[in-house]
Design a protein around this ligand. Structure first.
Ligand code: WQD
Length: 343
């Protein structure tokens, strides 16, 4: 398929070889944007670039490097006309962040500071930042709106709040910054081609990658963390969103940036909560057999219920999630099978 006529300056995508970054690159190319990836491949495989070329029909330029490398960033902005940055690069495991907090502050906060300083010096003031619903902590109510109080119990969540605060202070200090702070709920699924998807290292912390490995026979049984929560079936409720919907949320945010003055938080979720047992049932139906699980104790730090009010995204970005649970499960399963050689 011939690449669409590219338009406008380059979009720098830090962490663009990662799970959400790679899916966003697909949508950026489809929207006709020239893309440049910067990734240190600490949590992504180089083969993702080949997969992106197969999906998009064109080679995606990529620089291997770290956002903490100031000299590298300065070269990137000197050698390219960067119109905007979508900043995914960072560490994102809640549990790990409590074990190695300094690494999280280095990568997520110091890395973002380097990027913002180089952007400022280069006169590039358009940023889409990868934030997280973790910034809300245990919400006092649901659905969650962007004006809810922020607070979190882990270093990962604190790094996200810190970078959001840095963006807010920067935008307040200097006119002309257009920053979308996108707060993701629970990304799942994969590109329908089955060529890219989530590939956690080691034992998956998150529900869907673990459940997909159970379905693929790589794990014995799912442990359901807690069945005594104040929720309809006692298990944790979350706002799962298809990663392709999430990717489209980024291209919508990019297009809306000129109208976003300052640093504006926006929820990217479906507004629909599903329990752990809902997810087990949905994936079992797609796989065609019941998936084994056992009810176990709550996981420390987990909250009972978290789902978004996505109305600001619709109003400000003209974006709304399209895909339901069956599609999330079907695309996730297609990726799992192709990635583990089952198909
Ligand atoms: C979902 C539900 C668990 C695993 C985390 C981060 C968040 C974001 C998304 C980065 C909960 C239950 C899980 C398992 C289970 N990441 N569960 N058995 O904790 O909502 O959010 O990932 O931005 O920042 O906090 O996602 O998928 O880990 O858990 O029962 O083996 O599944 O208790 O109710 P979570 P999760």
């Amino acid at each position: 398929m011939p690449a669409p006529k590219t338009s406008g300056p380059t979009i720098l995508v830090t962490g663009g070889a990662g799970f959400i970054g790679s899916h966003t690159v697909v949508e950026l190319v489809a929207a006709g944007h020239p893309v440049l990836i910067l990734d240190n491949f600490s949590n992504a495989k180089p083969e993702v670039l080949d997969r992106l070329a197969r999906i998009t029909g064109q080679a995606i330029p990529c620089i291997t490097g770290d956002v903490r490398d100031r000299a590298l960033l300065e070269r990137v902005f000197a050698d390219h006309t960067i119109g905007a940055v979508i900043h995914f690069a960072g560490l994102k495991a809640v549990g790990e962040s409590t074990e190695v907090p300094l690494s999280y502050y280095q990568n997520n906060v110091a890395g973002s500071l380097q990027l913002l300083e180089v952007m400022q010096a280069a006169g590039c003031r358009n940023l889409v930042f990868s934030s997280s619903a973790t910034v809300y902590g245990d919400p006092h109510a649901v659905p969650i709106r962007e004006d809810f109080p922020l607070g979190t119990t882990n270093a990962y969540g604190r790094t996200k709040i810190m970078v959001e605060d840095i963006c807010r202070d920067l935008a307040a200090s200097e006119r002309g910054w257009h920053i979308a702070l996108l707060r993701y709920f629970n990304p799942v699924g994969a590109h329908p081609s089955g060529l890219i998807g989530e590939e956690p290292q080691g034992v998956p912390n998150n529900l869907m990658p673990y459940l997909l490995q159970v379905a693929a026979g790589q794990r014995e049984c799912l442990s359901v963390f807690g069945s005594d929560y104040p929720t309809p079936d006692g298990t944790g409720v979350r706002d799962y969103i298809h990663v392709m919907d999430l990717a489209r949320g980024h291209t919508a945010a990019l297009a809306a940036l000129p109208g976003l003055d300052g640093a504006v938080p926006v929820n990217l979720g479906t507004g629909q909560g599903y329990s752990v047992l809902d997810m087990v049932k949905a994936l079992s139906a797609v796989v065609g057999r019941p998936l084994p699980y056992t009810l176990t104790a709550r996981r420390p730090g987990d909250i009972a219920c978290c789902y978004s009010d996505p109305s600001r995204a619709e109003a400000m970005l003209g974006w709304k999630a399209r895909f339901g649970l069956e599609t999330m499960c079907r695309d996730g399963w297609a990726w799992q099978r192709s990635n583990s050689g089952l198909s």
